[in-house]
Design a protein around this ligand. Structure first.
Ligand code: FAD
Length: 351
């Protein structure tokens, strides 16, 4: 791979952002491009803002970052960057009812401006060209390049493509990639064995600071037919004076039972059930309801390799939490490091 070979990373989540940030240490920024189908950065680390008050925001997916002692050593530079930029600060885990943290060496962090700022930080640092509203639908070989086609008809060629979307979305892609996977039974069976949990989400925006009179910032709920986790999001982020927002995650069994149901159909039921638990709460200014069809990985790609190379020259690499051993920030950093090592090694061999 020549030093000006183009690299496309598909996905606007943390695996993609950490990958381009690591690659930018050795590869010119102009060579790095990112496409995501969504309107903005974050993926499953997304933060939603109220239309009535953009300062009122809520983390819809990942809630906090837990760094094991191994990860603190392996990814020291990345944690230091995030901490010194104020993107991460220490989480007040005392305020989380039912918080399970057996190992005192694990450090827990919150993102004061929302989890998506972690992803945005790495994209910004990388200098990569990041394009949203670009859903890729087809990947086909064109000589020693991959021709990538988006739903909107955009077509571009890259020497290397890295796919970081959830595995079922990789398996939906058309073009030569589908043929390539059919020819490699071991990889195809590995991909088909990956499983995700599903969850529904409510985000309540109060748009101003209100006192919800609870004694916790977040709480894991046991044995409720619908809910598993609830958080006063501004308090979790350490913003006591800011506009109040609340995040609610359904339990996994509820998500699985209703996996094919449109979230809009369940919105009223979820809101009513929440207000049965908290009848004294005021009415929020607006409520967002959504479904994470692919929430956290429950069954990983066999062997937890970090990433899988399915083609060389042109290069095609699969990455993301599914290829790691933990479905969280740390797992994604491990996957990103694995991709960056493969690409850097390949670039050196070609020199
Ligand atoms: P994603 O974030 O899923 O990014 C993939 C991107 O690919 C998406 O942005 C998507 O839009 C894009 N995409 C998909 N298909 C296409 C296509 N065809 N073309 C272009 N783009 C495409 N982790 C923690 O560390 N702590 C937590 O507290 C935590 N809690 C969680 C709670 C929930 C409800 C969920 C859903 C996840 C949670 N996680 C948590 C897990 C964490 O969010 C994920 O491990 C991580 O965000 C995965 O990042 P990723 O970049 O690998 O994938």
């Amino acid at each position: 791979m020549s030093s000006c070979a183009r690299i496309l990373v598909v996905g606007g989540g943390i695996t993609s952002a950490a990958t381009v940030s690591l690659l930018a240490e050795t590869i010119p920024q102009e060579s790095l491009t990112v496409w995501d189908k969504a309107r903005g950065a974050g993926g499953r680390m997304s933060t939603s803002r109220s239309t009535g008050n953009p300062q009122c925001k809520v983390d819809l997916g990942a809630q906090y970052v837990s760094a094991s002692s191994e990860s603190q050593v392996l990814h020291k530079d990345m944690y230091n960057q995030l901490l010194s930029a104020g993107v991460l600060t220490q989480l007040d885990s005392q305020g989380i009812e039912g918080f399970r943290s057996e190992d005192p060496r694990v450090l827990h962090y919150t993102a004061p401006n929302g989890m998506s700022t972690i992803v945005k930080h790495f994209f910004q640092r990388s200098g990569a060209q990041v394009h949203f509203n670009q859903r890729i639908v087809e990947l086909s070989k064109s000589g020693n390049k991959w021709k990538v086609v988006s739903e909107k008809g955009l077509e571009e060629e890259f020497e290397t493509v890295v796919l970081t979307m959830p595995v079922p979305q990789i398996l939906e892609l058309g073009g030569d990639i589908a043929e390539l996977l059919k020819e490699d039974a071991s990889v195809l069976n590995g991909l088909k064995s990956v499983r995700y949990s599903s969850r529904f989400v409510l985000g309540l925006f109060f748009d101003e600071n209100v006192n919800l009179s609870v004694e916790w910032t977040s709480k894991y709920i046991n044995k409720h037919p619908i809910f598993r986790f609830i958080s006063i999001d501004n308090l979790k982020r350490g913003d006591e004076q800011g506009p109040t927002s609340v995040l609610v995650h359904s339990s996994v069994p509820f998500g699985v039972q209703n996996i094919d149901v449109n979230p809009e159909q369940l919105k009223d039921k979820l809101i009513n059930s929440l207000f049965e638990l908290f009848p004294m709460w005021p009415k929020p200014a607006s409520v967002k309801c959504m479904k994470w069809k692919y929430s956290q990985v429950s069954s990983f790609y066999p062997g937890n390799p970090g990433s899988v190379v399915i083609s060389r020259n042109p290069n095609l690499i699969l990455a993301g939490d599914a290829f790691s051993s933990s479905s969280n920030f740390e797992g994604c950093l491990n996957s990103a490091s694995s991709v960056a090592n493969i690409i850097s090694k390949h670039a050196k061999q070609e020199l």
